[in-house]
Design a protein. Structure first.
Length: 363
């Protein structure tokens, strides 16, 4: 628990800030754990609910966090994951989980920064419950509850108002991120439901009971994209008032399992003048680009020039097309996943791994 006290002392070091951004990172961290379970192939649905009581519930249909006694810690693995810093997620090895969040700090960080967390694991034929309060202290030991044939993990957390400047979540911020997550993880269904009571903007002049200016406006959004990035590019281009240069979105993917890197790309040229190239590493938006984008640009410019020369579209006396020529009107989404991403630059949103340059250029 000393670890969790460190988190409460310097929350910014773990979640960036204690403002609205940091608050929303709590949700991303919890959801990312479920996305990792989906990336491992065991989960296809994540439901997130903003509860009327201020809590956020995230439920998945994965295998459930293990409940057996941890071999070295001597308590249930789920308790270890929830209460020991850096114990979450990455154990078990294999694959390149780390879907993003604030660099996968772990669910225990969310526990540390919450006044209450209730965890339900459905696994091994039962629903198991464990509860935490006041920054990750176990207040309800793991109990084996009713029988169930379902499996999965449900996390409900209440951000600590003593830590955060505000504990109010913004539906639109979460909605946009979950839609992006769904585009980047094809076949994964993510829903977001808002059950909060909302104030009516302009109440009647004389309202007797306060309750009368409150109303429950349940909203749900539901995202599932079977073609992932291809759907993303269609979505981006549909939002613009432009013509398409070709009807079909170009989309392809490749993986080098031995070197621990995979790539998905979707692209389509439009009549726009500007380029619209979006890049991601482990589902984190790399606003500053990086090696994956460099590899893509080099390949695209080289390929178009080679094609143009081979087909006499460019004559001998003509200059090569520039990179800007090649990308004019291009909408593209590039998503790489790799085992140990290095994030660089001013905002830590520039991918640094050299392997991504050569891999993307080659594919
Ligand atoms: C490690 C091992 C196993 C499941 C998980 C982690 C897991 C963690 C989270 C966090 C949110 N949802 C999750 N779902 C699964 C299972 C290992 C096994 O069953 O063999």
């Amino acid at each position: 628990l000393e670890g969790l006290e460190a988190v409460r002392k310097r929350p910014g070091m773990y979640i960036g800030s204690t403002g609205p951004r940091g608050l929303h990172h709590l949700v991303y961290e919890v959801v990312d754990n479920s996305v990792d379970e989906a990336l491992a192939g065991y989960c296809d649905t994540i439901n997130v609910t903003l509860q009327a009581d201020g809590g956020v519930r995230c439920e998945d249909n994965g295998r459930g966090i293990p409940v057996d006694i941890h071999p070295t810690e001597g308590k249930p693995t789920v308790e270890v994951v929830m209460t020991i810093l850096h114990a979450g997620g990455k154990f078990g090895g294999g694959g390149y989980a780390v879907s993003g969040g604030l660099h996968g700090v772990g669910i225990s960080v969310v526990n540390a920064l919450s006044e209450k967390v209730n965890t339900i694991v459905r696994r091994q034929g039962h629903a198991w419950r464990i509860g935490f309060a006041n920054g990750g202290h176990t207040v309800q030991e793991l109990t084996k509850g009713e029988e169930t044939e379902l499996t999965g993990t449900s996390q409900t957390f209440y951000p600590d108002p003593e830590i955060f400047e505000t504990t109010e979540f913004d539906f639109e911020t979460l909605r946009a991120r979950f839609q992006q997550m769904a585009f980047l993880n094809k076949g994964l269904r993510i829903t977001l439901t808002d059950e909060r009571v909302q104030e009516i903007e302009e109440p009647e002049a004389e309202v007797e009971e306060e309750i009368e200016n409150q109303v429950v406006k349940p909203r749900t959004v539901d995202y599932l994209y079977k073609d992932g990035l291809l759907d993303y590019v269609k979505h981006l281009n549909a939002a613009k008032k432009i013509e398409l240069v070709h009807d079909e979105v170009i989309a392809f993917e490749s993986e080098d399992a031995a070197r621990g890197i995979s790539l998905e790309i979707a692209m389509q040229w439009t009549s726009a003048y500007a380029e619209s190239v979006h890049t991601y590493a482990n589902t984190i938006n790399t606003h500053e680009g990086g090696t994956h984008e460099e590899g893509f640009r080099a390949a695209l410019t080289g390929l178009l020039n080679r094609y143009a020369r081979d087909n006499k579209i460019l004559r001998e006396k003509d200059d090569n097309l520039t990179g800007e020529d090649a990308r004019e009107g291009l909408t593209a989404v590039i998503s790489v996943k790799l085992s140990e991403p290095q994030f660089e630059g001013q905002t830590k949103t520039k991918l640094g791994n050299s392997i991504a340059r050569g891999f993307v250029q080659g594919v």
